[in-house]
Design a protein around this ligand. Structure first.
Ligand code: NAG
Ligand code: NAG
Length: 514
């Protein structure tokens, strides 16, 4: 064997390794058969067509048009990714080798005026076509009923989530969806990240209806100490009512399951003190157990009762029993980051720091300890690359809500849009991020964690709420002028992982050849 011929393939192999970080130590076969691997999106962030085919205005349509100052680049989702007109997105999704796709239904597209108007048949037809296209390709639709976009009329009629009238509206909407799509949809979730939404909308006043009070923010009206808990109370009750309806009237014939999706950070104590260790637990309690304890055990966590007293609404005994009898079939975890927390009870924290939305829990969240960041920062303020948090949060939810299956419904990495095209496409940092988090998830699975699925946020760059288009989460780059989709390095990496053709295999093949 001549030296010249052995050198070449080795170099080629090394070039592949440098170009695309390998999926070594990570194997799809380690996850149970039937484990869902997918990508995720939401209606307002990708669909566009905001006034087409009978769709009603949503809270976000109105908010972005009337308060564009609240969006970093002043833009909106009128067109977004124009997904409403682009069925080839299903081809892109399919090309990755996923077996599931998580998306949300636009409530205002189905019921432009809520329960008091008619069902928009063009809206039903749009989702029918999407669901059929997915099912035909063997991709399991994983459907969110509500992902931040509410028919605007709900805001004017009920004060959004603050009015109890929203419960019947949601119940009606959910029923229309179960009836129309439930023959093909086997995975339903009621609300996406109600904990994050209520804090941004009613504590910080940054999402519609932009209500808040001092010291959390400056809004025309609102009460940051009370209203987020009223909104959450209504969300919990309408979630339970929808689960009740699904289980009573649809589950036996349609054979699906229903859950809820909660945004979950992992919290590390800033200092190794009893106070900060308790603060980290309290932060989880105010973020995660705020929703999951009522759903699984019928009431809010004890420490929320203690700290919030009369600001926390009370469940009647019938409501407690409705909750307990209609537990979610599974828990969706949206997990992106880990941060440090510091206690603010033993020594009060600076008022300026209340913009960290853990404020009511009397904890201060911070990304740094002694000037050193907890992980590599991402384009999203306060979000760091800390893969170990994935295993921790899954373990926490598994232990606390015993035997309830978990799906990681979102995990992903953001880039600044103002990077060069070359940097955006060669997204090595995203590949490293996803590889790290998936490796920790597979480690949790090896130790017996009850996890049934994992979804990357997102398949394509899209409208990121108050960030507008200034950040990009996609595995595919989108040129918003032409709507051209271009796969990033991370899309190729995810496909290689899912299809099992890994660069390490290629290296071995090349070595065997030489
Ligand atoms: C925290 O302190 C305890 C006791 O003081 C010690 O046993 C433990 O190793 C410390 N943990 C860390 C992470 O430093
Ligand atoms: C890119 O945008 C971010 C905010 O979106 C900003 O902080 C940063 O300075 C910008 N960088 C350049 C090079 O313009």
């Amino acid at each position: 064997m001549a030296a010249a011929t052995t050198g070449m393939p080795m170099l080629a192999a090394l070039a592949i390794l440098v170009l695309v970080p390998s999926a070594r130590g990570l194997d799809r076969a380690e996850f149970l058969p039937g484990f869902l691997f997918g990508v995720a999106t939401s209606a307002y962030q990708i669909e566009g067509a905001y006034l087409e085919d009978g769709k009603g205005l949503s809270n976000w349509d109105v908010f972005t048009h009337t308060r564009s100052r609240g969006i970093d680049d002043g833009r909106n989702g009128d067109v977004a990714d124009d997904h409403y007109h682009r069925y080839m997105d299903v081809e892109i999704i399919h090309s990755l080798g996923v077996n599931s796709y998580r998306f949300s239904i636009s409530w205002a597209r189905i019921l432009p005026r809520g329960r008091l108007g008619g069902v928009n048949s063009a809206g039903i037809a749009f989702y029918d076509r999407l669901i059929d296209a997915l099912v035909q390709k063997g991709i399991e639709p994983f459907v969110t009923l509500h992902h931040f976009d509410l028919p605007h009329e709900m805001e004017t009629r009920y004060g959004g989530w603050l009015g109890a009238g929203i419960r019947e509206e949601f119940d009606y909407y959910a029923d229309v969806c179960f009836k129309a799509f439930g023959d093909r949809v086997k995975f339903w979730t009621t609300i996406n990240e109600p904990n994050l939404f209520t804090r941004l909308a009613y504590v910080l006043g940054k999402y519609p209806p932009a209500r808040c009070s001092a010291p959390f923010g400056t809004c025309e009206s609102g009460n940051s100490h009370h209203e987020p808990y009223v909104a959450a109370h209504n969300m919990l009750l309408l979630h339970a009512a929808a689960v009740h309806n699904y289980k009573k009237n649809y589950q036996a014939t349609q054979g699906g399951s229903i859950g809820i999706v909660i945004a979950m950070k992992w919290y590390e104590p800033l200092m190794n003190t009893t106070e900060d260790i308790l603060a980290a637990r309290r932060a989880l309690s105010f973020e995660v157990d705020w929703f999951l304890e009522p759903i699984f055990f019928g009431d809010y966590p004890g420490e929320m009762h203690e700290l919030l007293s009369s600001n926390l609404p009370k469940f009647t005994s019938e409501e407690k029993s409705l909750l307990r009898k209609n537990k979610a079939d599974f828990i969706g975890i949206n997990h992106y980051t880990t941060i440090y927390v510091k206690d603010c009870i033993s020594s009060p924290c600076d008022l300026n720091t209340y913009e960290t939305y853990e404020g009511n829990a009397l904890v201060l969240a911070t990304g740094e300890r002694d000037g050193v960041a907890i992980g590599k920062p991402t384009a999203f303020d306060g979000y760091y690359d800390v893969p170990e948090g994935m295993e921790q949060i899954v373990k926490y939810v598994n232990q606390r809500y015993k035997n309830t299956p978990v799906y990681v419904t979102e995990n992903g990495y953001s880039q600044h849009s103002n990077n060069t095209m070359d940097e955006l496409i060669n997204d090595v940092e995203r590949v490293n991020y996803l590889q790290g988090y998936l490796t920790c998830l597979s480690s949790a699975v090896r130790k017996g964690a009850n996890v049934r699925g994992y979804f990357v946020w997102s398949i394509i760059d899209n409208f990121e709420w108050t960030f507008g288009f200034t950040v990009r989460f996609g595995l595919y780059h989108v040129d918003y002028e032409t709507q051209k989709r271009t796969p990033k390095m991370s899309a190729k990496w995810y496909r290689d992982f899912l299809m099992g053709s890994r660069p390490t295999d290629q290296v071995q093949t090349l070595r065997a050849d030489s």
